[in-house]
Write a protein that binds this ligand. Structure first.
Ligand code: ADP
Ligand code: MG
Length: 252
């Protein structure tokens, strides 16, 4: 028993640590003392009303937004101007709008960053691209341009592209909210498979079925702060605040 407890404690390893994070846009205080530690392999789902700071929070984690107070550490490295590129190497991000380059094929989209940012050879980048395109089940579309694919396929290509950089953490910002309803599940299924592979994941999403299936913890953000955090079942079935209860009533 004791050994088990010790092993459990030793097995936990914080890969993302947010400590007293604060962020302003001009005079607007958009993140207010956010502290959150995410362990290796953990899946965290973030939900909350529009404007509550969800995107800003995850954009801060890979340095797309600069924070003004508090600390962000990724794999023990504190994020700052000198460590920005080092931290970014570890963090992949998928956006609501897929942001694929329209003039490149799906495969070329996947090859670009490993070749340009990592010096991977063309042959290796191609092989790696095909590996990940197979993993998201769109290898047969590798030679097509983004406009020739459905939204769901484009988003899976965007996930493959992020994975080609071999990140240790994946951030998702409402990856299914721009998709037609019939394409949502193919993207969520890809994310579920990624979760099962052990990836550390932080997902902003209002897909509560996904949250229930995948999330170790769910965060409810409201007005720039973490209003509630806990296992999804707890937040769904016994929200502590009226705000979360109302939010869930609206989205479920
Ligand atoms: P969410 O993703 O939860 O909808 P955001 O993180 O996008 O919320 O936004 C939080 C707040 O910050 C909102 O009030 C939004 O208008 C504001 N905001 C977001 N990005 C910017 C920006 N680049 N400049 C100014 N204000 C911004
Ligand atoms: Mg957002």
């Amino acid at each position: 028993m004791q050994a088990e407890i010790t092993a459990g404690a030793a097995g936990r390893e914080a890969v993302i640590a947010l400590d007293g994070l604060n962020k302003w846009f001009g005079a607007m205080h958009v993140l207010k003392d956010v502290s959150l530690t995410i362990d290796k392999g953990e899946k965290v789902v973030i939900c909350g009303p529009s404007g509550s700071g969800k995107s800003t929070l995850i954009r801060c984690i890979n340095g797309l937004e600069q924070h003004q107070g508090g600390q962000i550490s990724v794999e023990g490295v504190e994020l700052g101007p000198k460590t920005l590129s080092q931290v970014r190497r570890e963090v992949g991000m998928v956006f609501q709008s897929f942001n694929l380059f329209p003039h490149l094929t799906i495969k070329e989209n996947c090859m670009l960053a490993p070749m340009e940012a990592r010096g991977v050879s063309r042959g290796d980048a191609e092989e790696r691209s095909m590996d990940y395109l197979r993993r998201v089940h769109i290898a047969e579309h590798a030679h097509k341009y983004p406009s020739q694919l459905s939204g769901g396929q484009q988003q899976r290509a965007a996930i493959a592209r992020a994975l080609c950089m071999q990140p240790r953490i994946m951030l998702f910002d409402e990856p299914t909210s721009a998709l037609d309803p019939e394409m949502i599940s193919e993207v969520l299924d890809t994310m579920i498979e990624l979760a099962a592979s052990g990836m550390t994941m932080v997902c902003v999403t209002h897909e509560m079925g996904f949250a229930q299936k995948v999330a170790d913890r769910m965060v409810f953000m409201d007005q720039g702060a973490i209003a509630e955090i806990g296992p999804p079942e707890r937040l769904f079935h016994s929200p502590s605040s009226e705000r979360l209860a109302l939010f869930l009533k609206r989205i479920l």
